[in-house]
Design a protein around this ligand. Structure first.
Ligand code: FAD
Ligand code: FES
Length: 507
């Protein structure tokens, strides 16, 4: 791609690319002035949009074009090539968009459009009062999508958390490690909610839902009416019934307040015990090592993460943490905690001035149960994410939905929660959007990202392409020859292509 200045046809022709240098589905990155721009071809059409993902800055030129969208290589956000809109989370902000013109075998990029075109979805018959219970991934993404689609009625968002919606994955990764400033943690600054007329009420507990009368009742006895309700109450960290769990240096991690308490304690600590060797536990272990704290991990598993990623990936993850100084106590568990140490079932003790339990979460189903919604180890929803009560939708960690590749599943993934919030919002506006995104999550351990697409609760074969130890692999989890899920390390394009192949199975 080259920059062509002073093009004869008009002052706004700023950058030219030979049209035949781009095959269908290919893209090229370059610059227009100071802007990094991606020129992409889909069929006979050429598009130009920003080249840097608006989530964490992933390089879109290393991503994948699927139809008239581009997918980010890092966490699979999906942007429209036509408008720059962030169609699928985790990115929420649009990319810049430049009209293109094909002339004399060259694609010219014209002056930047001022803003992404908004596709309005409202009609006079649209519901007027939307209530969102939950200020997390799904709740926030839903409220944001309602306004993005030009819904102009009332949105009340109720959260029993003290903090506005935060980038929860960061709480076990860069923010906990001390590598990300506090400004990165909120999903939006405080002005967003007033500017968007989202009535965000923090420290507000929803006590009940009357599905027939269409009201929610708050802890203070007041009621809020709704036309459509999204239930997105997420999950809570499991607290083990151990002597010493209530001591001030013992923590779980779900909220910003939990994270701040761990950071404060870490500042006074030299030795930590992390209970649990799955995603949250091990990300916490890595972040505490980044703070120079000795970390011991205690878990009943034979190999960390083996239940989700299989034994070979589990062994790799264990080795990676050991390289960074983490000491594992596997096939063991804590039986008691006191001010100075953790006592193990095997009889030993580990000195600890900080203890973090990352032993799993429990979906917060009490409200849904009390409201009489159908429950099946989660709130049962249909493909439109509507619960058994018409007008009440559920999304995120509480929702068990009919995944088209895997049957009814409930997962605890950030991107799934956000995308479900977005789909639920469209349906609350009267749309008929099926939730059919392929599940995706990522996890980060030191400088090693693990991406995972699909869903595999069990498998009869694991096929490794590449080399796990060299951090260059695609690991396929198969059942009767069919790929259920794929984990990868530093094989971002493969991960995107696997996701696209899984989507094609559904088409
Ligand atoms: C530290 C950490 C790191 C993570 N990292 C990753 C990762 O790297 N990748 C990944 O895929 N996933 C990750 N996850 C999981 C991911 O964050 C969750 O899957 C996601 O947040 C679920 O979104 P949600 O909207 O369902 O629930 P949440 O984000 O938990 O939001 C639930 C909201 O509901 C509110 N609420 C609950 N009950 C009530 C009530 N009765 N009244 C009012 N408000 C209520 C809560 O206060 C909260 O605001 C991580 C989770 C944690 C805790
Ligand atoms: S950086 Fe693009 S999706 Fe996260």
């Amino acid at each position: 791609m080259s920059e062509t200045q002073g093009e004869p046809s008009g002052p706004d022709l700023t950058l030219g690319v030979a049209a035949d240098s781009l095959a269908d589905g290919q893209m090229l990155a370059g610059h227009v002035g100071d802007d990094a721009v991606l020129v992409a071809r889909h069929g006979s059409e050429y598009f130009a949009i920003g080249a840097t993902c608006t989530h964490y800055g992933g390089p879109l030129a290393e991503g994948l074009i699927v139809g008239d969208t581009v997918r980010c290589p890092w966490h699979h956000a999906c942007f429209s090539l036509r408008t720059g809109e962030a169609l699928r989370a985790p990115a929420l902000n649009p990319l810049g968009c430049w009209p293109t013109e094909l002339r004399d075998g060259n694609v010219f990029v014209r002056a930047k459009r001022s803003a992404a075109r908004v596709v309005a979805m409202t009609s006079p018959a649209s519901p007027r009062n939307m209530v969102v219970v939950g200020g997390g991934a799904a709740g926030f993404a839903a409220a944001e999508m309602l306004r993005r689609r030009a819904f102009d009625g009332s949105i009340v968002m109720l959260s029993d958390d003290a903090a506005p919606p935060v980038d929860r994955p960061n709480l076990s990764k860069d923010y906990l490690a001390g590598n990300a400033p506090e400004e990165w943690v909120p999903l939006r600054d405080e002005h967003f909610y007033s500017d968007q007329r989202i009535d965000l009420r923090l420290n507000t507990t929803v006590a009940g839902i009357d599905a027939a009368a269409r009201t929610v009742s708050l802890g203070d006895g007041s009621n809020i009416p709704f036309d459509r309700l999204l239930l997105a109450t997420g999950a809570e960290a499991i607290r083990l019934p151990l002597p010493g769990m209530d001591l001030p240096h013992v923590h779980t991690l779900r909220t910003l307040a939990d994270c701040s308490a761990i950071i404060a304690q870490a500042g006074r600590s030299k030795r930590a015990v992390v209970m649990g060797a799955s995603f949250i536990g091990l990300e916490v272990a890595a972040s505490l090592r980044a703070r120079g704290i000795d970390v011991h991990v205690v878990a009943p598993d034979k190999q960390p993460m083996a239940r989700v990623l299989g034994p070979a990936m589990g062994a790799f993850v264990r080795g990676l943490h050991e390289e960074h100084g983490v000491v594992f106590h596997l096939e063991d568990s804590a039986v008691a905690i006191d001010a100075r140490q953790v006592t193990l079932k095997s009889g030993g003790t580990i000195a600890a001035d900080l203890v973090v339990a990352g032993v799993g979460v429990r979906p917060r189903l009490a409200l849904a149960e009390k409201a009489g919604l159908a429950i099946d180890r989660g709130v049962r929803v249909n493909e439109y994410l509507e619960s058994s009560a018409p007008g009440i939708y559920a999304a995120g960690d509480i929702a068990r939905w009919p995944d088209r590749r895997s049957g009814a599943i409930r997962v605890e993934h950030w991107v799934v929660a956000q995308r479900q919030g977005q789909t639920a919002a469209l349906n609350m506006l009267g749309g008929r959007e099926k939730f059919d995104a392929v599940p995706f999550f990522w996890s980060q351990h030191y400088d090693v990202p693990i991406n995972y697409v699909g869903h595999a609760e069990s498998w009869d074969e694991i096929v490794v392409d590449g080399d796990i130890e060299s951090r260059d692999c695609v690991v396929r989890y198969k059942q009767k020859g069919r790929v259920l899920a794929v984990a990868s390390i530093y094989r971002d394009s493969d991960s995107l292509m696997e996701e696209a192949a899984m989507e094609r199975e559904l088409a």
